[in-house]
Design a protein around this ligand. Structure first.
Ligand SMILES: NC(=O)C1=CN([C@@H]2O[C@H](COP(=O)(O)OP(=O)(O)OC[C@H]3O[C@@H](n4cnc5c(N)ncnc54)[C@H](OP(=O)(O)O)[C@@H]3O)[C@@H](O)[C@H]2O)C=CC1
Ligand SMILES: O=C(O)CCC(=O)C(=O)O
Ligand SMILES: [Mg+2]
Length: 734
């Protein structure tokens, strides 16, 4: 067998809008890179690809595909990694089930997703599917800490062309509601291990001891936390907030991260569904269970399951009529906040609401104030404080606002985002103990049935790397630098015990502040309001939340962010933007053949990846290509070539034409590499001469429905015909 050498750069195959965009952009990238002898290959980390790679035994020989994620997971632990990572779906159960159905309909004999596995076989299949569920890709690839910021050109562009911001009024009724006790924040205990150890997690009850998890192992210096959310406290809180929301006459909304927190958050979401429909569950609970209802999968799946039972559907209608109106995902289609656990994802949803002046869409298709329920109080204060700030000071002005950069502790499954293997819904009242190999009981909690107990950890090497990255960034920029750590929270206190000595040892303690998330939010908003800049040095969850929140306020979207993961073994992972895969954009393309996805994140990542290749492999031509990418990106911004949101106006494909043109022009104009200049001079000329033909050909198909041959997996020929409709451009690109 001949194995081809690994490509210089790996570009990931993903899902939804970014994958549609890749069908148009990647051929351009591959053509331009090839001219400089740089190879760009692909690896499939899409949801559909992950499913097929996990079930080879159900597929024919021809249908089988390799496990690209496993391969990439190894690659990122080597200095050779140079990966451009686009956003991919982190699937909730309804999305996973839909993807399986689509693949089955295409002739892949995959097993159904066993919703309530009974036999051993079903349990095994369920366990295999569960490895694909939720955020199954990012934690595998993120072997480094996170550096997210707006490139200078991008920030300057946003200041010169400020986007529309919703108006905040001082009497807005919008507010954040979170628990005042019984939540993860208040039950947390934390300890730093002085030596390496394995640990087991056991539940002791009146009926004996159950091992929940055995053999977890931690290197010396790991910060290990444990905590739980009380189910009773959660239900009481949700019931009270539903009543209060109704009295306040605003929308009820719930903001969770059911994708990355794939074990805990769907359960919390299920509590909200059950509490919202409490009278229905009281009257018809047994019948609903018999119909296979699982509230954790949302109201959408619930309504499907009970659709044939008129008694239950009538009870649901009556109950909903008596509840506060719900914040809607799609009011035209009647899709509520509680329909699908992954429709409303806190990092994107809260900033969108804050940017809109505290407004969400109601069932009447109009904007209203909303109560934003975020049960756990660990990070809710960030949004609460932001809302208070804008109520008091009015909306942010993107024309004059400074920027908040982020350095996030992320490597090696840091903190809550790595906690799903050690998260449990407690089956019976008792005591959970986390016991080290020498018998030490590290953590101990009294729990009740239904409580959600979890342990999270952060390792020493990533923590030290993160503090050092912060020191470097502060030195390079001189910006106000804040560690978002709360000395009164157990986990944060352990981190502070790492941070302070390192800052002291390096003699830079006076350059850094340490503040609890609420205070840091206020300080950061005050700083950027003055037009100054700040660095938010945060844990993993706030990395995620803040790199949507501030970009959405400053730049209108997090899609334009530079998002670099400095892999701890020396490689580079270049994420594109800080947002997701924009399902709404796919819907628009399918309905009216307009793709509003902005590939600026891809452009920025490509430039960084080429420059990294130049440095790592001493590849001068890669540097020329990378510098030309920066010129091209600047060209797209300066000349307003980003996609429009509206059908009939230039879209994603048009912006790629301009990117290719500016890239070719920059390569033709540069003097560092004569051969490249010579090769790209005629290409640049052809792209310019044929501008009218190309832009007309790109615009022509807009308005009619587009068929890409599938949602989770496209038909390559159909996809190419939709995304590359200009024969003239295709001919020039070759
Ligand atoms: N790195 C990753 O792999 C990530 C993956 N995800 C996954 O993405 C999916 C959707 O997540 P969701 O929370 O809805 O967030 P998204 O970021 O996908 O969408 C929120 C909104 O942001 C805007 N947006 C995002 N990216 C772009 C872009 N490139 N160009 C223009 N607008 C953009 C769109 O606004 P508008 O509709 O107004 O145009 C979009 O509807 C989920 O499956 C989630 O798990 C989420 C975050 C990161
Ligand atoms: O992995 C995911 O599910 C989402 C990741 C995310 O939101 C982020 O990194 O900003
Ligand atoms: Mg995010």
């Amino acid at each position: 067998m001949v194995t081809s050498p690994r490509p210089d750069i790996i570009y990931t195959k993903v899902d939804e809008a970014p994958e549609l965009a890749s069908a148009s952009l990647l051929p351009i990238i591959q053509r331009f890179a090839a001219a400089a002898g740089v190879s760009v290959g692909t690896k499939d980390i899409s949801l559909a690809g992950r499913i097929l790679a996990t079930f080879p035994d159900f597929l024919t020989e021809e249908q089988r595909i390799p496990d690209d994620l496993a391969e990439l997971g190894e690659l990122v632990k080597t200095p050779d990694a140079n990966v451009i990572k686009l956003p991919n779906i982190s699937a909730s159960v309804p999305q996973l089930v839909a993807a399986i159905r689509e693949l089955q309909a295409k002739g892949f004999a995959l097993p159904d997703y066993p919703e309530s596995p009974a036999t051993e076989d079903e349990k095994k299949i369920r366990a295999r599917y569960d490895t694909i569920k939720g955020s199954a890709v990012n934690p595998v690839l993120r072997e480094g800490n996170s550096d997210r910021r707006a490139a200078k050109a991008v920030k300057a562009f946003a200041q010169a062309n400020p986007h529309r911001m919703g108006v905040w009024s001082a009497d807005s009724k919008t507010r954040v509601a979170s628990m005042s006790g019984g939540d993860f924040r208040s039950n947390e205990t934390s300890a730093t291990l002085d030596k390496e150890s394995t640990a087991s997690i056991v539940l002791e009850t009146a009926n004996g001891e159950t091992v929940l998890k055995d053999g977890v192992s931690y290197p010396a210096g790991t910060v290990v936390d444990a905590t739980f959310m009380s189910a009773q406290a959660l239900d009481a809180f949700l019931a009270a907030e539903i009543e209060k929301t109704k009295a306040e006459g605003v929308l009820f909304s719930l903001h969770m991260k059911a994708t990355m927190m794939k074990v805990s958050d769907p359960i919390i979401f299920g509590h909200a569904v059950k509490t919202f429909l409490a009278p229905v569950f009281e009257a018809h609970g047994e019948a609903m269970a018999e119909l296979g209802v699982n509230p954790n999968q949302g109201l959408g799946a619930l309504l499907d399951k009970v659709s044939s039972n008129a008694g239950i559907t009538a009870a649901i209608e009556a109950c909903m009529a008596d509840r506060p109106p719900m914040y809607m995902v799609n009011s035209d289609k009647g899709i509520t906040n509680l329909h699908v656990p992954s429709d409303v994802i806190i990092d994107a949803s809260m900033p969108a609401l804050i940017r809109a002046g505290g407004k969400g869409w109601g069932p009447d298709g109009k904007e209203h104030d909303a109560v934003c329920v975020i049960p756990d109080d660990s990070y809710a204060p960030v949004y609460d404080e932001a809302i208070n700030f804008f109520k008091a000071n009015g909306k942010l002005n993107p024309a004059t606002a400074g920027t908040v950069q982020n350095l996030g502790l992320m490597a090696q499954k840091a903190e809550e985002y790595g906690s799903h293997p050690t998260t449990f819904e407690i089956p019976e009242d008792g005591t959970v103990k986390m016991v080290l190999e020498d018998g030490t009981v590290l953590h101990e909690h009294r729990v009740e049935q239904g409580d959600i107990w979890r342990s999270a950890s952060a390792r020493k090497a990533p923590i030290e790397d993160w503090v050092n990255l912060a020191i470097e960034r502060q030195k390079t920029t001189g910006y106000r630098s804040i560690f978002w750590l709360d000395e009164t929270r157990a986990h944060d206190a352990e981190l502070i015990a790492y941070v302070k000595p390192i800052l002291d040892a390096k003699g830079v303690s006076d350059k850094f502040e340490i503040m609890a998330p609420r205070d840091a939010t206020r300080a950061s908003l005050e700083t950027i309001t003055k037009g100054e800049n700040t660095i938010a040095i945060t844990g993993n969850v706030l990395r995620d939340y803040l790199t949507d929140l501030f970009p959405i306020l400053e730049l209108a979207t997090s899609a334009k962010m530079l998002s670099i993961v400095k892999l701890m073994q020396g490689g580079g992972l270049f994420e594109t933007g800080a947002g997701g895969s924009a399902p709404k954009h796919v819907q628009q393309l399918h309905e009216e053949n307009h793709l509003r996805w902005d590939s600026l994140g891809e452009f920025c990542a490509l430039g960084e990846s080429l420059k990294f290749l130049a440095d790592a492999k001493d590849n001068a031509r890669a540097r020329v290509l990378g510098e030309a990418v920066e010129d091209a990106t600047q060209g797209v911004l300066d000349n307003g070539r980003s996609p429009s949101r509206k059908v009939g106006e230039p879209d994603n494909r048009d912006s790629h034409y301009w990117f290719a043109r500016y890239w070719a022009e920059a390569l033709a104009a540069q003097g560092d590499d004569a051969a490249l200049a010579e090769e790209f001079t005629p290409i640049a000329a052809a792209l310019a001469e044929n501008e009218t033909a190309i832009t007309n050909e790109l615009a022509a198909p807009q308005g009619d429905p587009a068929d890409t041959g599938g949602y989770y997996t496209a038909d390559p020929a159909k996809l190419a015909s939709v995304m590359r409709p200009s024969a003239t451009l295709n001919e020039i690109i070759g």
